[in-house]
Design a protein around this ligand. Sequence first.
Ligand code: UDP
Length: 374
Amino acid sequence: MEFDKAKKYDYLIVGAGLFGATFAYLATQCGKSCLVIDKRNHIGGNCYTENVDGINIHKYGAHIFHTSNARVWKFVNKFAKFNDFVNSPKAYFKGKYFSLPFNMNTFHELWGVETSEEAQAKIAEQRLDIDEPKNLEEQALKLVGKDVYETLIKGYTEKQWGRDCKDLPAFIIKRLPLRFEYNNNYFNDVYQGIPVGGYTRMIEKMLAGADVRLGVDFAEIKDYQHDLARKTVYSGMIDEYFDFCLGKLQYRTLRFETERVDEKDFQASAVVNYTGRDVPYTRIIDHKRFEFGEQDFSIVTKEYPSEWKDGMEPYYPINNEENNALAKKYIELASKEQNVLFGGRLGTYSYLDMDKVIASAMDIADKELYDETV
Ligand code: UDP
């Protein structure tokens, strides 16, 4: 790809996902010129949605927007109208469905208990009594006890991460609420919804003031990045930026199998998690449910996690001790890199939700665009 080197932009933004698009919007609002590139042939990063016969397909897995950050919520609502979808996935284990997150509905389905006292007593009987859980298994056993762990957590987590629960960090399981009330809302956040018309359209609006070039691999222009722009804002893999010079970080990737089925009600919720090891995929998404579609057919996707290898799409950083230690070294290198800002899930090697990605892009933009001393 040839670029007009006569024009020097204020910012070269690598990655047209939420991080890059948020930064691009805030910079262009301040009168800065931005060139946004992406390796893929579309914008939106992993939030990308594609309209197929009136259904917005979440091409890289289910993305449900949720936040308690009022500034972030106000920001995304500039670019899209959000519906009132509430994520309440079901879990399937050995022929039975269970409610998520772990709440009174789940405990009733599992043990037949009716009151929160009964549920708490049941958990108290089987929970692990330790102060500081060292890993995900200990954390889960401490939180909810053996039955919930074995039915709803162990199999799913080991498929998702390809590692034993004893070798995974405790924080992953803390993402899920635990409630002693009948409430299947998967999130505790104040705001939640799906952008009507899909994420792609929303991100397109964020990028409206920038020049966007797709199908461009940063590796091919890295050597002359500073000829193209005064500064680079990089949201790709941090280890790849440095040519893996300190070694490779590990990531999980996903494979998706999507099909159209001639059934109006393929499954009774947008997301069904398959928590048993006997099923090879982790979840099935029924896309039309995110926007309450009335079509008499469904488009559904099975999600298969696996270890990331060269050439695959990285989705999740694997934040165990070993990887975090290596990531810290890359982050040190990044802090010394002149005129390059790093951000996003891949650029910081952290398991950030969409709202956290936007909030971090705002923080960086605030410093960069308004604080001349930085
Ligand atoms: N998890 C689980 N059972 C479930 C759903 C989630 O054990 O049915 C665990 C699993 O370890 C997973 C983590 O909780 O990686 C976080 O789940 P979340 O739904 O937040 O993951 P994401 O949507 O980001 O993949």
